[in-house]
Design a protein around this ligand. Structure first.
Ligand SMILES: C[S@@+](CC[C@H](N)C(=O)[O-])C[C@H]1O[C@@H](n2cnc3c(N)ncnc32)[C@H](O)[C@@H]1O
Length: 267
């Protein structure tokens, strides 16, 4: 059993890949033709299958070779998450980042999205990403020094910030472990479809929905019993209009920096 075998049962109900964030991740993967998705969960943001080659692509052998060179594979430890992968998604192996069942230098790129904070041995996991990737590693994580200032956790649910303080991995640390990397902010659109922690920064009512909270490990791992006073206060502030008065400046924004960061390493 893994944590996500417990908290992941309704993941796909609220965690639908956001196309704008997806475009950023696709750009970060560059021209990689073989990709391994580590901590893949239900398959969010995995590159799609390649389009059918044009009829003039050449011989059957050439077409077969073309396809043999393009592949996406996934590694994920939770059976509950694997069970929610859609039909036709990339083949998945049940394994952990710390011991990838993959040969050295066997894929162009490795992606690991919103997963490193769950690993039991970060150094071993990042070393594994470097071992199997030929050219590029793309990690999506968050900068807790920014996320800690997000209104939800700063003003209502400090227990969630306290949990994330214990496990957030600074992007600079990941970059170091990767031997150098660039770090790009991933801004959150106001109508983000992927219900991660700060996704509802301009839609505060969403945090009162138990299904939404279940899709965010920073809330589901703390639990509603602990969060209840803050949730009640948020509900009261929304009813009274206090929230809208206090966070008025957010209502005109289309994007928000919730601290999410893409760490992109060229090996
Ligand atoms: C927040 S989900 C992210 C899933 C997916 N990457 C996404 O963006 O939707 C975190 C995932 O990391 C997985 N995970 C936890 N520990 C792991 C480990 N040691 N190695 C690889 N994946 C792990 C969990 O099972 C879960 O599916």
């Amino acid at each position: 059993m893994t944590v996500y075998d417990t908290i992941g049962t309704t993941y796909t109900a609220t965690r639908r890949p956001d196309p704008r964030i997806g475009a950023h991740i696709t750009a970060a993967l560059g021209d990689a033709r073989t990709v391994l998705n580590v901590g893949a969960g239900t398959g969010a943001y995995e590159p799609p299958a390649p389009p059918a080659p044009p009829a003039s692509a050449g011989s059957v052998q050439a077409v077969q070779a073309e396809f043999a060179e393009f592949a996406v594979f996934a590694v994920e430890p939770s059976q509950v998450m694997i069970g929610q992968r859609s039909a036709g998604s990339a083949p998945v192996v049940r394994a952990r980042a710390e011991a990838l069942p993959v040969a050295d230098n066997s894929v162009d790129a490795v992606m690991a999205l919103l997963t490193v904070h769950h690993w039991t041995d970060l150094e071993a996991g990042i070393a594994e990403l470097r071992r199997v990737a030929r050219h590029r590693v793309v990690v999506l994580t968050w900068d807790q020094s920014v996320t800690r200032t997000f209104w939800l956790v700063k003003d209502y649910l400090p227990q969630a910030a306290a949990l994330d303080d214990t496990r957030a991995v600074p992007p600079a640390r990941i970059a170091d472990l990767l031997g150098g990397a660039r770090v790009e902010p991933v801004l959150v659109p106001h109508d983000c479809t992927d219900g991660f922690g700060a996704a509802f920064w301009r839609r505060p009512e969403a945090y009162l929905d138990p299904l939404v909270r279940a899709g965010m490990s920073m809330l589901s791992q703390v639990g509603d019993d602990v969060l209840r006073p803050g949730l009640d206060r948020l509900a009261a502030d929304l009813t009274a209009g206090t929230w809208h008065d206090r966070y008025n400046d957010l209502l005109d924004l289309d994007e928000f920096d919730g601290g999410y960061r893409l760490v992109i390493a060229d090996l």
